[in-house]
Design a binder for this molecule. Sequence first.
Ligand code: GAL
Length: 418
Amino acid sequence: MRKNGALLVSIVAAAIFFTSNAIAGKVEVLHWWTSGGEAAAVQELQKMLEKEGHDWQDFAVAGGGGSAAMTTLKSRAVSGNPPTAAQVKGPQIQEWAELGVLTSLDSVAKAEGWDNSVPGVVARVMKYEGSWVAVPVNVHRVNWMWMNKAVFADNNLSYPKTWDDFFAAMETLKKTGITPIAWGGQDWQEATVWEIVVAGVGGNDFYQKALVQADIDALKSDTMVECFEVMKKMKQYTDASAPGRDWNLATGMVIKGESAVQFMGDWAKGEFTAAGKTPGVDYDAVPAPGTDDAFLFNVDSFIMFDVKDKEAKKAQSAMARLILSPEFQTVFNLNKGSIPVRSGVAAKPFDAVAVASMKDFADTAKSGGLMPSMAHEMAVSPAVRGAMFDVVTNFYNSNMSAAEAAKKLVAAVEEAGM
Ligand code: GAL
């Protein structure tokens, strides 16, 4: 692993150093925001930059969770043609910074007072050796359950608070002929559901140990076996077309009432919003069973590549400044389903789901329930995350027993961690 990493470091660094070919005033932005809600949100940034006279060249690489986008980014960087800015998050920010290929955002950070407006837990991820090298966009909460209101009401069901209630409701709904759970069969989506179950079944301390510290005792525990069992139990309430399904299509099933629930981060709300739906009227979102006091956070961010061109540099700093402006934080997060990442943004225009999220974000920061999402690159190293994804998806899509999955998890994590 290490050797490969070092090789990539030198190839990428050399390639970028020798061929920086940005065009004046133009920002080429690589991101993976292509669903209805995501695209509406990112277009707000484009509009604001264009208003300041900069050119936006959109480089969207479809694929929820961003792994296709990250592959494309690496190959562009290796061939000496990185975009001006790229959506990159978590530990990968540090990896890019280590290569010495990123623009320092310190001057804009200083002028805009980021150290005072961005929470320390987020700022630490955005900085490399004390310097700002990434700009955070939002805070997503992962552990939500999205529900079609009419489907529950028509079947006299209340929203489940425990996993037992949940499965009882799914059983009732299955008999009506609908697909109770809208499932997107892709590894990152399965890992998303798994981590929600780990928090919901195991509780906050268990989540911390298992998915943040990758603690072997936690990974091989009976609690982990139970988490796998609960996750697998969901499968009987999904449909045959689930494998490969994109997350936003699964959200669409809930929007249309073809399904009752989806477990997904609040980018799902962006889809409800784009479809003109209102929380409390058409749909509702509550924390998944057992996760009321947990906030699994996922922060999106952008890095900027070191460009020589003066105009391009100006465009980069404008982009960084705009991203953390209260105006952008409002309009972007209204469309995206997330909440502002900086302080000083009015809660007023946000809906009840976002307001609940803001309150829970503040409360869990004090209680210890504010925890980084493993599936969304906030917690363990990329290698350990990859190992977890493999085991979870193989388990879910085979006849592997829950006990065997826990064993495989330990082996895979141990190997990746070495
Ligand atoms: C997440 C990302 C979100 C959302 C989601 C689906 O990793 O943080 O902003 O876009 O993927 O694509």
